[in-house]
Design a protein around this ligand. Structure first.
Ligand code: FES
Length: 213
């Protein structure tokens, strides 16, 4: 399904084909919430209008995202410096479950993984409710799929929700931390980001750098 801007909208994370759409530079919405699709239709043109020009994008200009349009449990995928960026509005339940599977992770404290200092914490975020992560798998760069529902049969009864890379089977939690048994050895990377106000996320502009400017 696509709107007049070419942005693809999907009804559930399990049906999201983020690979193709993100490479075209479009926004992809995935949601587990029913009744959100109408809001997503309204949101896409607004967010898309804030995207930088293609030239600016090629130069790696920061990308602004109106996070007030992202419903709890919903994910937006966009591109920045030719990389897929996943922005997930985590629910309180998603956040509360993060510490429960530390023993199943390769790098639970993200000591060997790549993220800014302000995201080197238990949730790997500045704000608990908002995960901002580079979607490209740290194994060979494929794009893991959103698998936010807990206990999915193919991922195990104890699956807490997260991302699954179907090409080689890497699994990541809702902080982008990699599970034991995955071919990927480190967590998904976190890009530099900051907030220009409560509802605007700026990807590519480091909060620390912004404060020093
Ligand atoms: S690229 Fe993701 S598991 Fe291989």
């Amino acid at each position: 399904m696509s709107d007049h801007n070419g942005a693809a909208l999907h009804g559930s994370p399990g049906q999201t084909d983020a690979v193709d759409q993100s490479r075209r530079g479009f926004l992809t919405f995935a949601t587990t919430a029913t009744g959100v699709l109408g809001a997503a239709f309204a949101a896409v043109p607004f967010i898309a209008s804030w995207s930088p020009s293609e030239r600016a994008r090629a130069l790696g200009a920061p990308v602004e995202v109106d996070i007030s349009k992202i419903e709890p449990g919903q994910m937006v995928t966009l591109t920045w410096r030719k990389q897929a960026i996943y922005v997930v509005h985590r629910t309180p339940d998603m956040v509360s479950k993060l510490p429960g599977h530390d023993g199943q992770l390769k790098d639970p404290a993200s000591k060997a993984s790549d993220q800014p200092a302000y995201a080197t914490n238990a949730t790997r975020t500045v704000r608990d409710d908002l995960l901002v992560v580079i979607g490209n798998c740290t194994h060979l760069g494929c794009l893991p799929k959103a698998r936010f529902e807990q206990g999915q049969p193919e991922l195990g009864a104890d699956w807490p929700g997260g991302f699954f890379c179907p090409c080689h089977g890497s699994k990541f939690d809702l902080a982008g931390r990699v599970f034991n048994g995955s071919p990927a050895s480190v967590n998904l990377r976190i890009p530099p980001y900051s907030f220009s106000n409560d509802s605007t996320l700026v990807i590519g502009l480091d909060g620390a750098a912004q404060g020093a400017a």
